[in-house]
Design a protein around this ligand. Structure first.
Ligand code: SR1
Ligand code: MG
Length: 419
């Protein structure tokens, strides 16, 4: 069947032909189908059978353009192949944190997957001031497992090179190269500035040569450090949570890239959640401080959990293999030094990527709800001055911040230091 852009009625007919769907939903005579996508790229449907509403699934279809902009921004449907592959790869490594793929139809760019009915989008939960006891533990474990197993530390050298070649996602990488690393750092037509954000501050950032150099360095790293298979867009809107579970969704931006990229994006989004609570918790009539402490604790635990688990996986793998990346004749001190420097370098990369993410979510095209939803322009701009200031500091100081506690202190100082 040629590619068809499905809608609620044509989707029902399609689903009746898919054995794994009929097995799950049972009676296919009357289906409830609702389009629920709120992402920038694709269409997403919840589907259930009226006869058995407890059984339900998610259908995601990529159309040949970007949903946010429409047909004026054409995109191939290749991203769906990349997403299905990444869901399967990450799902094999972390089945408890990745929705199960029930069916993938490359010709229709359509993925049918497990519905996370009892979970909420993390970004929305954080806006509401909710806490998730396993968040940092689960996300750090997910990061360590996915990022370690895609790298040369785990894969054979040839397998790794094949993996790089087979996961090329040039079109979506170009979106990241432009919208994360380039346009926000100049006065580009695609940028969107919030109404009360002082123009002088925007110009100051655009005219800071050191900042532009740092952003270009991160862009180069993103494009050339093909270290592991990344999720590629791991912000808090790509996470579904409840009190016991954590799932990472939407890896259509998956590509080979730097080990620090996914952790950096998560850190940036936790920092944005932290800074925006000076509006959201006050609106809820609460003192923001306890929840802000919790958010920074998550960022700290996330980084520490990730780096410890990554090193543990590395050690276990080399013990099991009886050989190491440095060769067989490993002396303990050079091995320790190499690993320490390796993780330190991932950390400074992560801070640089976090800085770019903070700045691009403020000045660039794609915003985040915890800031963009603030209706008072002055209050929104006050938060945005902080996200910009923290982004700038992380980018410029990334080689001098030696541990996560210093980064968290920087976030605290940034919150306090501005009007
Ligand atoms: C035009 S919107 C592009 C952004 O949406 C995705 O979620 C990515 O974050 C991308 O940068
Ligand atoms: Mg997404």
């Amino acid at each position: 069947m040629d590619f068809t852009s499905l809608n609620i009625s044509t989707l029902a007919n399609y689903l009746r032909t898919v054995p794994s769907v009929t097995a799950l939903l049972g009676d296919m005579d009357a289906l409830d189908i609702v389009e629920v996508g709120d992402g920038n790229l694709n269409y997403v449907y919840f589907v259930s059978s009226q006869a058995n509403p407890r059984a339900s699934l998610v259908v995601k279809q990529a159309l040949p353009y970007m949903r946010l902009v429409g047909e004026g921004w054409p995109l191939t449907r290749h991203r769906s192949d990349r997403e299905a592959h990444a869901l399967r790869q990450f799902g094999a490594l972390c089945p408890q944190h990745v929705p199960q793929v029930l069916h993938f139809d490359s010709a229709q760019s359509l993925i049918i997957m497990q519905r996370l009915s009892h979970h909420q989008n993390l970004r929305k939960g954080l806006i509401q001031g909710l806490r998730y006891p396993f968040l940092a533990q689960h996300l750090s474990g997910y990061l360590a497992r996915t990022l370690f197993h895609g790298s040369d530390l785990y894969l054979g050298a040839d397998a790794k090179k094949q993996a790089v070649a087979q996961t090329i996602n040039g079109e979506l990488c170009k979106i990241t190269e432009d919208l994360v690393f380039t346009c926000p750092f100049e006065d580009h037509a695609s940028n969107v500035y919030s109404p009360a954000l002082p123009r002088t501050e925007i110009e100051r950032l655009h005219n800071n040569p050191a900042l532009r150099v740092a952003a270009a360095q991160m862009k180069w790293a993103f494009m050339n450090q093909t270290e592991t298979l990344l999720h590629g867009d791991l912000h808090t809107g790509s996470v579904m949570v409840n009190q016991t579970d954590t799932y990472v969704i939407d890896p259509e931006f998956a590509c080979y890239g730097p080990l620090g990229f996914d952790p950096g994006l998560l850190l940036a989004n936790l920092f944005t959640a932290y800074l925006s609570q000076d509006w959201h918790r006050l609106q809820a009539g609460e003192d923001p401080a306890p929840y802000q402490d919790w958010l920074l604790a998550q960022a700290g635990d996330l980084w520490r959990g990730f780096s410890e688990s990554f090193l543990r996986l590395w050690q276990e793998h080399e013990d099991q293999a009886g050989a190491g990346f440095m060769g067989c004749a490993r002396d303990a001190s050079s091995q320790t030094l190499f690993r320490q420097q390796f993780v330190r370098r991932i950390f400074s990369d992560a801070l640089g990527f976090a800085g770019c993410e903070l700045i691009r979510r403020t000045l660039g095209l794609a915003k985040v709800a915890e800031v963009a939803s603030i209706p008072d322009p002055q209050a929104r701009a006050a938060i945005e001055l902080r996200t910009l200031s923290l982004g700038e500091a992380l980018l410029l100081q990334r080689h001098h911040i030696i541990n996560i506690d210093q980064a968290l202190d920087l976030a605290r100082q940034t919150r306090r230091s501005l009007p």
